[in-house]
Write a protein of this length. Sequence first.
Lengths: 181, 283
Amino acid sequence: MIVTPRIFARLAAIVIVGVLLQLSFFSRVALFHTSPDVLPALVVSLGLLGGSMTGAVSGFSIGLLVDCLLVEALGATSLVLLSTGYLAGLFRERFEIHSALVPPLACMGLTLFAEIGHAAVQVMLGIDSQVSLLIVRDMLLKSVYAFFLGWPIYLAVRRVLRPALVEEPQARRRRSTALGT
Amino acid sequence: MYRKQVRRRRAVLAFLVISSFVLLTITYGQESGGLQRGVSTIFSPLQVGADRALKPARDLTGWFDKTFDARGENSRLKEELAETRELAVGAQAALQENEQLRKLLDLDRESAIAASDYEPVTGRVLARTPTVWHSAVTIDLGSGDGVHVDDPVMSGDGLVGRVASVQGGSSQVTLITDDASAISAKVLPSGVQGVIRPDLGDPEDLILDYIDATENIGVGQAVVTSGWSAQGLSSLFPPNLPVGEVTRASIVEQEASQQVRLRPYSDLANLDMVQVLTGGPER
């Protein structure tokens, strides 16, 4: 991805809108007693489209903004989301995305990774309370929601960042066929 | 050229990871810093706008969720209604008796005065934590509305939590289901006291610990804040704020104590309006 000042502004807008939507909408609705967490899916989409550095930096920024807005200890969410974004970007750099199922599956898998990451950070910081088994159900349901929300999020992010994206192989092939080259 | 790029990427990644750990080490367990207060103040109007704009969509999603729940809840509520009718008759008599006893023994006079000192301010929930590891909400009341750190927060049904940090136009409220929450409470009518702790991951379940195994506690009994005060120290919550009702009481054999489970009166998963009890005693 070629990051110009205009694309940087778009990335910042994606980060802010994503965080506001999560905190004001997704965190406050529940289906089957679980709220969707779209932030890992957003970070995964950015990583899949922009590569490991874009994924890591946007994950770090999103995490920092969330922790600032909720006045939590800074760094915990950043650490989890930067790892998530980096892994998504690494996947894009190593493998070609040739199926429409890859983004939602990556969102699902890496959302589960992020949820386990949150749990690991909490264990590292120390938990004083009893932990319910329902937390496992919550993690799994969040991953399932990420599968269904991952595809629209990926498409929306791709649309916003289209001018910065390196041309996709299929589109390039289609264009060369049309030109007869 | 490629190697240089790889080195630069690794350096950025290492910088971000180290920054996260440094920030975590510096800010964990500390009061909110200037950065957090600044960002929170800047974003507060945006959050208010987003909250209002997204309310219809939230209500629609909530309607679907509640419709799923309503089927199972219907039969349970019918049983509860029958039980409540019986209890209501008994409660009337108990209230009269309670009033007489209070006058007679002059109990809790100080606590009653402390409770009446509070001035409730109503506000709206703007945002909520995305993970179950922390249970906190941001509300649209701040220091300008007279809100202070540690002020109790209620919903129409019962206790919700306490104010954890305050900015000019918004505050963060730590809910009673957060890992950091611990509330001294008593079971009615016996007055047995314990400490309410959350069961992380389950917003409809709280644990009342340190209850003697010999105490007789039954399902359906109400649990309220105990609001103790001793030697200049006092509880963050005034006495008799409703918290929840007992759903289960089981004896922990090794510890000779019983662990009482309660369901909070407030629907903590769907908070919309809350009331902050401002102007309490200085702590």
